[in-house]
Every structure is written in structure tokens, then in C-alpha cells.
Write a protein that binds this ligand. Structure first.
Ligand code: ADP
Length: 318
């Protein structure tokens, strides 16, 4: 039995890595994809995890499969496609230091996962996690819906991270419709403040999180606030847990690490989340904040995920 299975994008992030002797841009080849980051976090904390998704049957796809295996994430549910190539994303640094992105995903293998390719054995798990990038295109959208149905019918807790990547949608109205279209299936939802504002039309933390929570019948809502920590809702409880002060160098993967930490707490407590006390919730968010903070102190997402020992140390000293 798995603790957590996740479905979604698995891709290569090419990040700027200086210049060649000829003055041309160099790019470093990093494994990417939010659901795999969440699983890596959990696997490093000792949990049994499995991945559902599709990459190309090419050098990049086989590299990504190897990365998951090295993290002890089960890859039986990872399909290698002969018809589409592994999705690639490039990060570009503008002269003013801002980052821009270009995606090579037309179609990328991650969007080509079909409902009949879902490995049934992976739904023998406690938690199913997914995001919104598998909702942008068919057939992956239908595969996501089918996976949600399997997870629900087998009684798994459903975790959802509606990430907003405007470039991957035809327009923002479609993005909003699809991102909200699955919200009522989720038990645990993690969003950033910008995403909360995009989905509800208001950045007012208390009011708009309360509205989202009630409208979609959520059990737990987590609004991550970068260095300021997290604002949460759990039943009638709501509150803010401040972040840890750390020397942040790269925030990539902090949100995924935070969510991995929260799912770890849900697994450890073995208690329905609607039965949690305020103290249990605050302690769990503090644990997740510590993991998010640790990830910002190192480059990258997957390589930056901490061990349980490192988290315990920050909790004790931070
Ligand atoms: P996302 O990556 O989804 O935008 P955030 O940037 O809000 O998410 O980060 C997720 C969590 O990681 C935060 O709630 C916080 O606990 C932690 N975190 C992020 N950035 C920092 C930082 N600079 N210092 C300390 N903790 C941070």
C-alpha cells in the first residue's frame, strides 16, 4: 500500500547557468514538475510514494524516470510515450533580473496521458494528490478526472494544488473554469495568495478563503505566504502561522515542499482532519513551514528537499 500517489506533469526545467566561452547562454537540465516535488519531499521523510504520468521515450524521459527511482518513488504508473516527447521548460533571466519562461509542450508527453493508462494498483493508497497542469489539455484532463473518480471511490483523501501558469492555457477564463471545475472533489487545497485572488476575484485573506472553503466544501485550505508563512482554514478554525527566518537563495519548490510536509502530518496523525484541534493544526503548519523554509536555502526543488532530521533541528532552533 502507498501512502501518497500523485498524478501530473513531469518535465525538464532548463535554468540559466552562465555563459559559454563564446558568450552563449548555458542551461542546466533539472527535473521538474510540482507533483513529483511533493512526492520527493514525502519520500525523503520516509513515506511510500508512487507517480502517475507520462514522459517521452527519449533521453529526458528516461532521465526523469531514473530521478524518481533514485528518490524511491514507484514508477510503475509512469508511461514512456513513443508518440510525444518529454515536455521542456526554459527559464530566461531578463536584464532586469526578472524571470520569463518558454514551454516546449505541443504536445508534451505529460498532456498525453490517457484514462486507460492509469495503473489501478496505485490507487491502493491513503492520499491522492494532483495539480492543475494536467487539466490544460486532453487526454490528460480526462485521465485526471478518471483518477479522481478512482481515488474518491476507494476512499482516498484528495489533495489539490491549483497552480496558475497562464502560458499553458488558451486564456485566463478557461484557466479559471478548469481550475475551479475540480475544486469540489478536493479535501485539502494549497494555494498562494495570488492564486486565491485569481480564483475568487479578491485578495482579502479571511473573506475570500472562507468563501472558497464553504463554496467547495473543503476540509483544509492552506494559503502560503512566502516568508510570512501560511494562513489556514480548517472547519470553523482559521489562523496564521508565521514562517521561519532563513537565508533564502531559491524559492523553487517551496510550495511543493510545504504541501509535502502537510501531507506527512496528515499521515502521521492518523486522525480525520475535521477532528484536529487548533493546536494540532498549528503544529502541523509550523512543520510544513519549516520544510518550505529549508527548501529556499538551497538551489532547485528535488535536490533541496530536506531529511526529517534537518526539519526537526529547524523546529527546535528556529
Ligand atoms: P509557492 O511556491 O507555492 O508560491 P510560497 O513561496 O508561499 O509557495 O512558499 C511556501 C512555503 O514555504 C511558505 O508558506 C513558507 O512556509 C515557506 N517559505 C517560502 N519562502 C520562504 C522564505 N523566504 N523564508 C522562509 N520560509 C519561506
Amino acid at each position: 500500500m502507498y501512502d501518497v500517489v500523485a498524478l501530473g506533469e513531469l518535465l525538464i526545467d532548463f535554468t540559466p547557468a552562465g555563459q559559454s566561452e563564446q558568450g552563449n547562454c548555458l542551461f542546466a537540465c533539472n527535473p521538474g514538475g510540482a507533483p513529483a516535488n511533493v512526492l520527493t519531499c514525502l519520500a525523503r521523510l520516509g513515506k511510500r510514494t508512487g507517480f502517475l504520468g507520462k514522459v517521452g521515450d527519449d533521453q529526458f524521459g528516461r532521465f526523469l524516470r531514473q530521478v524518481l527511482r533514485a528518490e524511491t518513488i514507484a514508477t510503475e504508473g509512469l508511461v514512456l510515450s513513443a508518440e510525444a516527447q518529454t515536455t521542456l521548460a526554459f527559464v530566461h533571466l531578463q536584464p532586469d533580473g526578472e524571470r520569463s519562461f518558454s514551454f516546449y509542450r505541443s504536445p508534451g508527453a505529460d498532456t498525453m496521458l490517457k484514462p486507460d493508462e492509469l495503473k489501478a494498483a496505485l490507487f491502493n493508497a491513503r492520499i491522492f494528490h494532483f495539480g492543475s497542469l494536467s487539466l490544460t489539455n486532453e487526454p490528460a484532463r480526462s485521465a485526471t478526472m478518471a483518477a479522481l473518480q478512482s481515488a474518491k471511490s476507494r476512499g482516498l483523501l484528495v489533495s489539490y494544488d491549483p497552480n496558475l501558469r497562464p502560458l499553458l492555457w488558451p486564456d485566463l477564463t478557461e484557466a479559471k473554469t478548469q481550475m475551479l471545475g475540480v475544486m469540489d472533489q478536493a479535501d485539502v487545497v494549497k494555494i498562494s495568495r495570488d492564486e486565491l485572488e485569481f480564483l475568487t476575484g479578491s485578495g482579502h485573506l479571511e473573506q475570500s478563503s472562507e468563501r472558497l472553503f464553504q463554496q467547495y466544501g473543503l476540509s483544509m485550505l492552506l494559503v502560503t505566504l512566502g516568508e510570512d508563512g501560511c494562513y489556514f482554514r480548517l472547519g470553523r478554525l482559521g489562523g496564521h502561522v508565521p514562517g521561519f527566518r532563513v537565508r533564502a537563495v531559491d524559492a523553487t519548490g517551496a510550495g511543493d515542499a510545504f504541501l509535502g510536509g502537510m501531507l506527512y502530518q496528515i499521515l502521521q496523525r492518523r486522525k480525520a482532519i475535521d477532528q484536529w484541534t487548533l493546536e494540532e493544526m498549528e503544529a502541523s503548519v509550523r512543520f510544513a513551514n519549516a520544510i518550505g523554509a529549508l527548501v529556499t536555502t538551497r538551489q532547485g526543488a528535488i535536490p533541496a528537499m530536506p531529511t526529517l532530521g534537518e526539519v526537526v533541528q529547524l523546529l527546535a532552533t528556529g
